[in-house]
Write a protein that binds this ligand. Sequence first.
Ligand code: GLU
Length: 308
Amino acid sequence: MAIMLLSFLPVLERIAEEIEGLAGRGRPADYIPALAAADTGRFGMAVAELDGTVYGVGDWQEPFSTQSVTKVYTLALALAREGDILWEHVGREPSGNPFNSLVQLEYENGIPRNPFINAGALAVTDQLHQLTGDASGALLDFLREESGNPDLDFDRDVAASETDRGDRNAALAHFMASYGNIVNPVPTLLRQYFRQCSIAASCADLALATGFLARHGIRADGSRLLTRSQAKQVNAVMLTCGTYDAAGDFAYRVGLPGKSGVGGGIIAVVPGRCTVCVWSPGLDERGNSVAGVAALDRFTTITGLSVF
Ligand code: GLU
């Protein structure tokens, strides 16, 4: 294990050095006021091995706003409980539209294209809330258990800031409700969704929490969350839909299942080997971290680890 540990750390150090000039590029998400002040110069990257060994560089232990990265875990938790019925509420095709777009929903009768655009994530959170009675609580418990970090928590300022600017997400939820694709009252669903997005966690926390996808569905304690086939499904949807309207370019450059968030975090999975989480708040025009994508690009190029 010590040898494995030594084999990745120099790679991370080399990447941190190489992409130094990119941290600071891009702009933080400003449509959520609480995120607008993020320092784009921050950069952290962590790798977690299958056995939970984790190490990193830069600001890898600094909590940041996870935002849409959490969509991966709510999808996994809902799929684990509900199985294929979940796919009656949400599709699994790339949308080709911005993450918060309304247009596709109307001509596809209120069934969102995939679980990683906002409409799809709202539909998944709605299902998870129906199944657990507390979707965001179930998510927080899961992340704490998988990361081993009991201090991981919601950021109430971020949740409040999103609620203030939540008109578009509210519109998406009401629109789906009009098609019968939302079972909870919309205000309840929105509260759950904004709490989910507000969770603050570090690269180390998220790399560990995503380990079940590298272990083909097995949680940190050895119990099974997803079947091997379901873990493959989640990884496949991440690869095709996980990085906004740039999933093709991400697959081309990085070649791994990945999920990004507007807080500047990206999680990536090397099935059977490890997980990688990177964070830098400067976003490109598609909403992906500029330094984050570049760092993952370098990671797969240097190590040769990709799904292709
Ligand atoms: N909470 C954000 C929203 O709903 C998440 C966006 C994201 O990270 O993609 O707009």
